[in-house]
Write a protein that binds this ligand. Structure first.
Ligand code: NAP
Length: 259
């Protein structure tokens, strides 16, 4: 299928690895020129060079922490008026409800709620002027079903979801869509770190922790960054203009919901 977005420009945040990289790769395959971002320069530059060469698109790497004002300014300076914005950042640390103080919540809200909101605030006016735009926010399955030990994530991402629910309806008349992609467990460094945490806490091997988790997923496997990226690219395509303000679970059926 021709996604109809060849020659458009996208900012893909937090994209040197994992789900962000999957999204960057799928957009590049559709002919989209990219600004890729991560904090650590070497793997970011390597990923950017590989993608540019593989897909014949322009890729500008911006090494910056997208959860800070300066970091966002650096990303936006490289591409002030993208056609497509994919927001993403690392998730907050796990813990217990009784561990977290106000400062922990402020950090999580800054990173996983206000960072994407500020990026949308900066880029939506340009998309509205052009009469076309796409925003995809990478959130989490925890928006639909809370993960108790990820209370900071549950809190911040639900706030972002509320913002998107209202804002997406305000920008849709101008040809601009905003949607959220909700990953369940995917095979990335983050997932491996979570499995290592479970293995350590329970005194089992990482392979055993992974095998146990797989049994909780009806698809009986972890998702891959490339299939996640393909869904992101479709939401950014010209075919997805009627999909507005949705929260799309990619979780192999793990969240047990009728709707
Ligand atoms: P990952 O494999 O650890 O990759 C994270 C990527 O983001 C790396 O490129 C990292 O590079 C970059 N990054 C992290 N913090 C950043 C920041 N502040 N500014 C700029 N770049 C940053 O993680 P992932 O599995 O792809 O997860 C992506 C998001 O999805 C996270 O928020 C995670 O909580 C959420 N999620 C993941 C899963 C899963 O199973 N994988 C499930 C549910 C939700 P640097 O470290 O160099 O910055």
């Amino acid at each position: 299928m021709d996604l109809g977005i060849q020659g458009k420009t996208a900012i893909v945040c937090a994209s040197s690895k994992g789900l962000g990289l999957g999204c960057a790769e799928a957009l590049a395959e559709a002919g989209v020129n990219l600004v890729m971002n991560a904090r650590t320069e070497a793997p970011l530059v390597a990923a950017a060079e590989r993608i540019a060469k593989a897909h014949g698109v322009t890729v500008t790497p911006v090494a910056a922490d997208v959860t800070t004002e300066d970091g966002r300014a650096a990303v936006l300076a490289a591409c002030p008026a993208p056609d497509i914005l994919v927001t993403n950042a690392g998730g907050p640390p796990p813990g217990m409800w009784s561990d977290w103080e106000r400062e922990d919540f402020i950090r999580a809200i800054d990173a996983n709620m206000l960072a994407p909101i500020m990026l949308m605030k900066a880029t939506l006016p340009h998309m509205i002027d052009k009469g076309w735009g796409r925003v995809v926010n990478i959130t989490s399955q925890s928006v639909k079903a809370p993960i108790p030990q990820l209370g900071l994530s549950n809190t911040a991402r639900t706030g972002l979801t509320g913002y998107v629910a209202g804002t997406s309806r305000q920008v849709a008349p101008y040809g601009v869509t905003i949607n959220n992609l909700l990953p369940g467990i995917h095979d990335t460094e983050r997932a491996r770190a979570l499995d290592e945490g479970v293995a350590k806490a329970r005194g089992i091997s990482v392979e055993e922790a992974r095998a146990e988790r797989i049994q909780t997923i009806p698809a009986r496997r972890y998702g891959s960054p490339s299939e996640f990226g393909a869904m992101c690219a479709f939401l950014c395509s010209r075919h997805a203009g009627f999909i507005v303000g949705q929260n799309i679970l990619l979780d192999g059926g793990q969240v047990n919901l009728t709707m």
